[in-house]
Design a protein around this ligand. Sequence first.
Ligand SMILES: Nc1ncnc2c1ncn2[C@@H]1O[C@H](COP(=O)(O)OP(=O)(O)OP(=O)(O)O)[C@@H](O)[C@H]1O
Length: 361
Amino acid sequence: MSQLQLESVRIAYGATEVVRDLSLSLERGHIGCLLGPSGCGKTTILRAIAGFERLTGGRIAIRGETVSTPQQHRAPEQRRVGMVFQDFALFPHLSVADNVSFGLRSGSRAERRARADDMLAVVGLSEHADKYPHQLSGGQQQRVALARALAPDPELLLLDEPFSSLDVELRTRLAVELRDILKARGITAILVTHDQQEAFAIADEIGVMKAGEMLQWDSAYNLYHRPASRFVADFVGQGVFLPGTLRGDHEVELELGVLRSEFPFECKDGCPHCAGNTRVDVLLRPDDVVHDDAAPLRAEVMGKSFRGAEFLYTLRLASGQRVLSLVPSHHNHAIGEFIGIRLDADHVVAFRHPEAAARAA
Ligand SMILES: Nc1ncnc2c1ncn2[C@@H]1O[C@H](COP(=O)(O)OP(=O)(O)OP(=O)(O)O)[C@@H](O)[C@H]1O
């Protein structure tokens, strides 16, 4: 049984529908993440799961129990859903421990304090229990907010851009810490973020949304290597589309040579069985283009960005087409230099070329 299930959910603000026919399901102990451009409806979905927005269609169930349909709406306080929002606003006049125990309704004062202490231990802030929020760093305050949300032992934790006010380094560290805490306690959570690296670091399943619709709900690996649409391919990770011509189920001819795929092509956009000679755009990720001094194919270095262990090179092919290549950083080539490259992709994702698709329609 899923811990959280959304079935064909629709949500409107007045006459404007902002979430359309959206479905997802999250197993107990799994962490899901919603990614998508600003305004695509991510926060609205979290608010609907928490019970702050009503549905105009579909159903939301938590642990198999229906909590929202257009006709039925369980109040937020009866859903056992914890929340951590971007502006997590701790109470400035309450100590850290009192902030954490604030939402606990049952138990004596001593029991609530003990629970707060337990939660502060979980987030590694035991020694700060009697301080006030202004005496903590931004990252520590964010961990207090997490402890506060965990204290009532929620069925489900919702996090809306919890780290967006923090600097990048701290954000990445907290993302990993958050995953460890949630996994250790078997907590099911759903997180909204703009930051793909954060999503990759935390989530078991990631949903890519566009204009109120869920385009793909999948593992990070599949979103990156098996995107179901051009939008997802573009939105997740880096890469370029290179024009090519299909020469069969396993071969595509590109400017870089003939690319053979171990598996039949996953030619997307309504084109399951492309005939030979169909024009396609092949998705090439930076790790599909390998630098090899011995390769006869040469490309000109147009740009480079140092990433520590690797350079991300932007390379120009003879046609002017650009590709990206991730290269170990001891291969330090100058802009304007020509370097050898070859393709190394074990499965290939091709999208029908827009003109070919238009002709077939
Ligand atoms: N209370 C509201 N009344 C009317 N429209 C709203 C309301 N809240 C959000 N919207 C609209 O609904 C759409 C979805 O908003 P939402 O905040 O869910 O998007 P989001 O994906 O979380 O965006 P962001 O990434 O910028 O936070 C947007 O077009 C927004 O303008």
